[in-house]
Write a protein that binds this ligand. Structure first.
Ligand code: ACM
Length: 528
């Protein structure tokens, strides 16, 4: 079985977008035209409702074994998404050169395919990567490239962490100072927060609303949903620097706050006022216009309550609402947006701190401080995405020793990630059904550019992708030697894609950063 210049592409109803992707990506890599047409030499794409009934919209069947009449290759999916994942498998079978942007081999090359049939479907419907573009801004083209990398690994959720203390990255038309002021900081901590070193170059950037539309459309063409995160009520100093009335101005001089230049948990949180609620409703109105995703992430993590304890206005609010304490005030804040989003047909998701003070009725939880928050939420009937920092925080170092470019957090090797289990043993079957899936998180305090992000994310994202997609044995029984053997082929694909991954033998001299102030303390809290 082989593809060549005479291979037509026969795209059935509903697969036009997949055909467009195939022609642009595989066409570019191979130089083949994939002209429209059918017949026995064609690659045929079809949606098959039978597959959807049996294994869902993302299930697919790929046949190259010659058993299909009138087509050389048949890719059938439960929906277009399944056809798209089937085409990703087809690309894997074509070899590493199929991941390039132009033909690297001899002119007139024939693209051999092994003869086989693959029947496949994902274990989880939420297979995500969270990227923090606040701590370090990632230019739009690099975000689009990340989406290509997610698609190549059959991941389907891009959790876009757009706002934090260190930078506001999304244009909001009705509040222009969010990006005029909030998207730039004067300097940046180099290394973890206790490091004495600074990078004195101003850092910033943001996405215009047209950039966001482009990113969302690019993701949709790859069957990836983009979940925006606008962090409230903590992690908000960039917004307060732009609009000081959003902060607790009765206890701190919020007008003197700048976009934060260091790392850690920040005491400057939003005031629980009507002004703040109306302001963020305006922000979310624009966000909903841009992002069709059902889920909208409101952060909710790491909101210190000290300012609310000292603020007469916050205390008056607690009394007026009849709340017991500051935790309930945070819960009230989250509930407000839970209702507000539900009224608009969306669903709120937040970090597991939103459990404190009582979980809003429709809320889903990203369980990051371990499994416990996710377990409690799932047992209470809430949907959960498992992303425990002990396992899938890809900013954490990949090996012990001083060679890692920025040795922060837990040591989590490729093998550790391969042995990560998103559904903890002991969860009741009803609760387990509330685990929507899993995601890896990438916080970028110590990743100042794309190459640094590549190094932290790869190859571990390949192990994560297999965990998120496949039904694997229990962690101790997983065949890591087999995974490593298959990785030898995958490293060639990553090379073709130009991914600056961590080599199995450790960082190359170019990737090392001798003498950087990392924090090599196993078991330490996560905030760099
Ligand atoms: C988090 O890592 N603060 C969600």
């Amino acid at each position: 079985m082989a593809l060549d210049a005479g291979t037509p592409l026969d795209a059935g109803p509903g697969t036009e977008g997949v055909a467009r992707w195939l022609r642009s990506a595989l066409g570019a890599a191979t130089g083949l035209p994939f002209a429209p047409g059918g017949g026995p030499r064609a690659v045929r794409l079809r949606v098959d409702p039978g597959i959807e009934r049996a294994s869902g919209p993302e299930g697919y069947r790929l046949s190259t074994d010659g058993s299909v009449e009138d087509a050389a290759v048949l890719v059938e999916g439960g929906a277009a998404a399944g056809v798209f994942w089937g085409v990703q498998t087809l690309r894997q079978l074509l070899g590493p050169d199929a991941y390039r942007k132009a033909p690297a081999g001899p002119h007139g090359r024939v693209w051999e395919l092994p003869r086989l049939t693959v029947t496949d479907a994902p274990r989880f419907r939420w297979r995500g990567l969270m990227l923090d573009v606040s701590r370090h801004f990632m230019p739009k083209d690099d975000v689009l490239r990340q989406l290509d990398l997610l698609a190549a690994h059959k991941l389907n959720v891009f959790h876009f962490h757009l706002t934090d203390d260190q930078g506001w990255r999304i244009e909001i038309r009705r509040h222009p100072r969010l990006t005029e002021i909030g998207s730039w900081r004067a300097r940046t901590k180099w290394g973890h927060r206790a490091s004495p070193l600074w990078n004195e170059t101003p850092h910033g950037g943001f996405y215009t609303q047209d950039d966001i539309r482009e990113i969302v459309a690019y993701a949709a063409e790859r069957h990836i949903s983009v979940v925006p995160e606008i962090d409230v009520p903590g992690h908000s100093q960039a917004a307060i620097a732009a609009y000081p009335e959003l902060g607790n101005s009765d206890v701190v001089d919020t007008a003197s706050l700048a976009v934060w230049d260091t790392w850690g948990v920040n005491p400057n949180v939003l005031a629980p006022s009507e002004t703040t609620l109306r302001f963020y409703e305006g922000v979310f109105e624009e966000v909903l216009d841009l992002f069709p995703s059902t889920f909208v992430h409101i952060g909710g993590d790491e909101c210190p309550k000290d300012q609310w304890k000292r603020s007469p206005a916050a205390q008056a609010r607690i009394a007026e609402l009849g709340l017991a304490d500051e935790d309930e005030l945070q819960s009230w804040f989250v509930r407000h947006f839970d209702r507000w989003l539900a009224d608009r047909g969306r669903r709120l998701i937040g970090w597991d701190e939103i459990l404190e003070g009582g979980l809003a009725p429709g809320a889903a939880v990203s369980s990051w401080r371990g499994y416990a928050g996710g377990v409690a939420a799932a047992e209470a009937g809430h949907d959960v995405v498992m992303c425990p920092e002990q396992h899938v925080y890809l900013d954490h170092r990949q090996a012990p020793g001083d060679d890692e470019p920025m040795p922060i957090g837990y040591v989590r090797t490729l093998e550790d990630v391969y042995r990560f289990e998103p559904v903890p043993a002991g969860l009741s079957p009803e609760a387990a059904a509330h685990v929507l899936g899993t995601q890896a998180n990438v916080w970028t305090e110590v990743m100042e550019n794309r190459a640094r992000v590549d190094y932290q994310v790869f190859p571990r994202l390949a192990a994560f992708a297999e965990v998120a997609w496949s039904e694997l044995p229990a962690p101790a029984d997983r065949d890591f030697a087999d995974f490593e053997r298959r990785m030898t082929a995958h490293y060639r694909r990553l090379d073709a894609l130009g991914v600056d991954y961590r080599p199995p033998a450790g960082p190359s001299p170019r990737q090392r950063r001798p003498g950087v102030p990392g924090r090599p303390i196993e078991g330490a809290p996560p905030n760099v």
